[in-house]
Design a binder for this molecule. Sequence first.
Ligand SMILES: *Cc1c(COP(=O)(O)O)cnc(C)c1O
Length: 344
Amino acid sequence: MIQRTVGAGIQLMPVVKADAYRHGATAVSQVLEHEGAQWLAVSNLEEGKALREAGIRARILVMAERIAADPKAWREHRLTPVIHDLSEIRMLDHEIAYHLKVDSGMGRLGTNASITEIVESVKGTRIEGLMTHFATSANFQSEQTNDQHKRFEAVQAALEQNGIRPMFLHEASTNPLHFGYRKSWGNLARPGYAIYGFVSRSRGKAPDKLLDVAPALSWKARILLVKEIAPGTPVGYGAQFVADKSMRIGILGVGYADGLPHRLGNRGHVIAAGKLANIIGAVSMDVTTVDLTDAPTLKAGDAVSLLGQEGEASIDARQMARDAGTIAYSILCGISTRVPRIYV
Ligand SMILES: *Cc1c(COP(=O)(O)O)cnc(C)c1O
């Protein structure tokens, strides 16, 4: 879908770091490879090696690692490094193609060396890609993205003047694709969030809104016990909730050890029998209590949805993040490996 939207002139490199935002890197990569992805991106060597061990054959870009972490691994596992510091180019086996990341103004990874230094350092080396990453690409009230793009173009132009033409130019993650910030599209883009069915909301007026995606995962929890409680009954650690009426409560087999944010205590919701139900009391390590008064049909052994859709009711990672005072990325990446993944 994303490939169709952006057109054939730009190749996609789906980002499957952090265990594919905890959707399961191997399973997700297999599907993406089957759908034609020729590149995948991860953060570190361990993630890249794990994909190779799982039989993934696509090119793999490792975006946040030091060359020196394991100088032989790049060749051995056919992983493509991103260079963030010009001095690393010399440490790399000269047969290995690399992508150079320019810190164009985000102030995080990538080189912030002068253009002259960059040109001198990459001359005669196997620079296959030139990339950068934007800090505020959903914010169209800020000039930061334009400024970053200009800096990137200046580096690219200087390389070109010196006869250096990296095969891949890539700046865009999900936001610049979704918002139609086309001048940054280059010939390769690195969507992560959109692969999993999310886009951000823009600040200010975005040029466009191109991607029509839906969350890829739903998250369910089992009810361990259902019971009636009398008015005045405290619920959970710290008695943070006290029933003010007779209630029917359900104790769920999910807690913060599974990635349900502790901050959702007395604040979050689940979907119980197609209706929103409140989380009551503290979220504890392995169990969480919900108010099932309005879901009289549910019994022990049934499931409720933490993320997903049941009939009219839906909760996605963005809504959960709002309740928990965090961001949807962190909700997704927080779903622990203890939660069994079922692929449909
Ligand atoms: C995580 C990451 C991406 C993907 O970003 P999304 O917002 O999830 O699309 C792209 N590029 C780099 C360098 C990243 O670290």
